[in-house]
Structures are given as structure tokens and as C-alpha cells.
Design a protein around this ligand. Structure first.
Ligand SMILES: [Zn+2]
Length: 71
């Protein structure tokens, strides 16, 4: 089963959606049964629950991701 969490961003970065060509900030962290993580924006998530109502969780910092530096 796919688990959805509210994505916690690192202090000085905003994580972008995993989908190619999508430059939106990712608000959702989806974790597949095998542990694969997806960082997705509100448009691309499969979650039917608002991010604000999900449990916050930090993504695996070792997994590659696109980020926007905010400093
Ligand atoms: Zn997206």
C-alpha cells in the first residue's frame, strides 16, 4: 500500500516535485511498499488528503532530488 506523508523540507531548501518538467514545490512524500520514495506536488500526488492533515516526515536525504535553494 502506498503511504502518504506531509513532506518536511530541509531548513535552507525547498524540494521540487519529482515529475519531469514540473517546477512546483513538493508538499507530499509518497512511500511505496518497497520503500521507494516520491516527492510530489499537490497536483501530482495520489493522496486524497491535504498535506496539512498528513503526518510530517523527512524524506531520505540520500535519495536524489531536485531542490530550490532559498538562501
Ligand atoms: Zn508536480
Amino acid at each position: 500500500m502506498l503511504q502518504c506523508f506531509q513532506l518536511e523540507h530541509p531548513e535552507d531548501e525547498m524540494i521540487l516535485c519529482d515529475r519531469q518538467d514540473c517546477e512546483a514545490i513538493a508538499d507530499y512524500l509518497e512511500v511505496e511498499q518497497d520503500g521507494t520514495e516520491h516527492r510530489l506536488c499537490a497536483f501530482h500526488t495520489k493522496s486524497h488528503t491535504y498535506a496539512a492533515r498528513l503526518t510530517p516526515r523527512c524524506p531520505d536525504p540520500k535519495a536524489p532530488y531536485r531542490a530550490l535553494r532559498i538562501i
